[in-house]
Design a protein around this ligand. Structure first.
Ligand code: 5GP
Length: 191
C-alpha cells in the first residue's frame, strides 16, 4: 500500500532491537481517516471470505481491528494479556512472548466469544517473529473455529515470522513489508 509505505518512511522512528515505532498514526496516536484506508485494504483482500469475527491481541491491534470490523459488520474479539477479576474461568489460554516487552504472558479469550461456527480474520499491527499470530491461531484452533488468514499492517520481512507461517500454508497479507532498518541513519528500507 503505497500511502502506507510513504507514511512509514516519513513518520517511522527506529529504536534499538529492530523496533519500528509509528506512534504518529498507529501505535500511540491513531490517524483515523488514514487507518480507515488501511481497513478498506483489508476488506478488499478478504471480502470474499464468510468472516464472522475479527480477532486481534491487545493493545495496538484493536484500533485497526475495529475499523476493519466496521466494514465487515462483524464483532472484534481481542485476546487479553492479563486476566482481570471480571473474567471468568471459562477461557482459552496460550503463552505469547512479547516482541517489544520481551516478557511471556498468558493470553486469553473467553470461550463464549469464539466457537466452531466462527470464521475468523486475524489482524495485527506488526509481524516480527510470529509469536503473536501463532498464539492467536492456537486460540482459534482451541475454539474449533476456522481462521481464513491474517492481515498485517507492517511486516518486518527480515524477521522470520512471515516466512514460517506462510510455509505452514497460512494466508498472510501484509500491507507494507520492511526489508531492513538502519538504526544509525534512521532509514527504513521497504521491500
Ligand atoms: P511477533 O509476535 O511477530 O514477534 O511480534 C508482533 C507483535 O509485537 C505485534 O503485536 C506488535 O505489537 C509487536 N511488535 C513487533 N515488532 C514491532 C515493532 O517493530 N514495532 C512495534 N511498534 N511493535 C512491534
Amino acid at each position: 500500500m503505497k500511502l502506507l509505505e510513504e507514511k512509514i518512511i516519513k513518520e517511522g522512528r527506529i529504536y534499538p532491537g529492530q523496533v519500528l515505532k509509528v506512534g504518529a498514526f498507529l501505535n500511540h496516536q491513531i490517524d483515523v481517516p488514514f487507518m480507515n484506508k488501511v481497513a478498506e485494504e483489508f476488506y478488499n483482500l478478504f471480502k470474499d471470505e464468510p468472516i464472522t469475527k475479527i480477532l486481534t491481541i491487545e493493545t495496538s491491534g484493536i484500533g485497526i481491528a475495529c475499523l476493519t470490523a466496521n466494514i465487515f459488520n462483524v464483532p472484534v474479539l481481542y485476546a487479553k494479556k492479563s486476566k482481570g477479576i471480571n473474567i471468568g474461568d471459562d477461557v482459552y489460554t496460550v503463552q505469547v512472548t512479547s516482541y517489544t516487552h520481551k516478557n511471556v504472558s498468558n493470553v486469553i479469550i473467553e470461550k463464549q466469544f469464539l466457537g466452531p461456527d466462527d470464521v475468523v480474520l486475524i489482524l495485527d499491527d506488526f509481524l516480527a517473529n510470529g509469536c503473536a499470530l501463532e498464539g492467536l491461531l492456537d486460540l482459534v484452533k482451541m475454539a474449533g473455529a476456522r481462521a481464513v488468514g491474517c492481515g498485517i499492517v507492517i511486516e518486518k520481512a527480515f524477521q522470520d515470522g512471515g516466512t514460517r507461517l506462510r510455509e505452514k500454508g497460512i494466508r498472510i497479507e501484509s500491507l507494507a513489508r520492511i526489508k531492513s532498518m538502519d538504526v544509525v541513519e534512521g532509514i527504513v528500507f521497504i521491500d
